[in-house]
Design a protein around this ligand. Structure first.
Ligand SMILES: Cc1ncc(COP(=O)(O)O)c(C=O)c1O
Length: 380
């Protein structure tokens, strides 16, 4: 036996619900991944590079061509200049990037602010770095940040703030006023930021994504994480990147080189080719996923669920309070068995779950699956 460093951590809810969905042959709208293929040109590029023998270690910071494509992408979509050598690091998934950023910056006893409901990898990373996670709930109505509450919990030990926009599981997206608040806060209190922007291209109803990179004083203190898995529908390729100023990038890479050393070579080369050939592809994603969100939501108008169409991500929260008063985790399991639709309970993303009755459904699924799922949900 060893003393666990993460004694309260078990199997993630994503693994649990996906296993249950497969056991009961339920429609799996729980875990966040598309059930449709990636762009064919991307898959072909991957095979080409594997067959061409590009199967050995890449440079530690990432394949040079890919880092150049990322810089061009950031210029195109966010109008910011980023140095591919000193500011961009390719990582094996945003999760690894977040882990390395936290490990590089958080020391024993440091406090890190997160907003509940929050993505489940943040707290274990903070704990393993010796830090303390300070949970601040988002507002119950619209999952917004209450900036006064943030000011109130800051102490001399506060070192970092982790934000996520568009937000998993609620879909909420930060406004420019939020980033201005954050910018002022981190300057006054000398804080660092991890900005998890893996759903940057999935924003709906003509919204703009506001990136931390577009706020110069904020950018100077931030590690900003992106995921090719989300953008190119290849979550299993586990590849993303971190943008941070040179001094932060140096420290991130010191950790990254001993956690993973490098991301997968042929994947990086294939993504670089695809980005060069199809620079407009990410711009098509909002319309693509908005149509799926609307299909899902309009089919649910006949149900007793209450909801507001999601502003971003590929998740839709449904309030089931008119159907059941059961706790969300138990209900998600029961409905997977009884009604054949799997979803994610959101109480698991809170330190202190409020009195809410939400399940999270992923609409990155084929239209047939979405319509079958809504038919079943309308029958409940
Ligand atoms: C908010 C958020 N951050 C990070 C990740 C992980 O991204 P990756 O697969 O690139 O590690 C996810 C995946 O679901 C996510 O929802």
């Amino acid at each position: 036996m060893i003393d666990s460093k993460l004694p309260t951590t078990g199997t993630t809810i994503f693994s649990q619900m996906s296993a249950l969905a497969s056991e009961h042959q339920a429609l799996n709208l729980s875990q966040g991944f598309p059930d449709f293929g990636a762009p064919p040109a991307l898959l072909e590029a991957m095979m080409r590079h594997v067959k061409a023998g590009h199967n050995q270690y890449a440079p530690m910071a990432g394949v040079v061509d890919l880092r150049q494509q990322i810089a061009a992408h950031l210029q195109r979509y966010r109008e910011v200049d980023c140095d591919p050598d000193g500011e961009i690091t390719v990582v094996p998934g945003a999760t690894e990037g977040i882990f390395c950023a936290v490990m590089a910056s958080v020391s024993q006893g440091d406090e890190v602010l997160v907003f509940d409901p929050c993505y489940d990898s943040y707290e274990p990373a903070i704990t393993l770095a010796g830090g303390r996670t300070i949970h601040i709930p988002l507002t119950v109505q619209d999952f917004a940040i209450d900036w006064q509450r943030v000011e109130d919990v800051i102490t001399p030990r506060t070192r970092m703030v982790i934000i996520n926009s568009p937000h998993n599981p609620s879909g909420a997206a930060l406004e420019s006023a939020d980033l201005e608040h954050l910018e002022s806060l981190v300057e006054r209190h000398n804080l660092h930021v991890v900005s998890d922007e893996v759903y940057e291209h999935l924003v709906f109803d003509n919204r703009d994504h506001h990136s931390v990179l577009q706020y110069p004083a904020l950018r100077q203190r931030s590690f900003v994480m992106f995921s090719f898995g989300k953008t190119f529908s290849v979550t299993g390729w586990k590849t993303g990147y971190c943008v941070a100023p040179p001094a932060l990038t140096t420290e991130l890479r010191k950790v990254h080189q001993f956690v993973c050393f490098v991301a997968n070579t042929p994947v990086q080369m294939a993504i670089a080719d695809f980005m060069a050939a199809e620079p407009n592809y990410p711009a098509t994603l909002s319309a693509f996923y908005q149509r799926k969100r609307d299909l899902f939501c309009s089919a649910l108008k006949a149900s007793r669920f209450k909801f507001t169409p999601s502003p971003g991500t590929y998740f839709q929260l449904l309030d089931y309070s008119a159907l059941s008063s059961a706790a969300d985790t138990q209900l998600a399991k029961n409905w997977t068995r009884e009604h054949g639709v799997a979803a994610i309970p959101i109480s698991v993303f809170y330190q202190h779950p409020p009195q809410q009755h939400y399940l999270r459904f992923c609409f990155a699924k084929s239209d047939t699956v979405l319509l079958n799922a809504t038919e079943r949900l309308c029958r409940i």
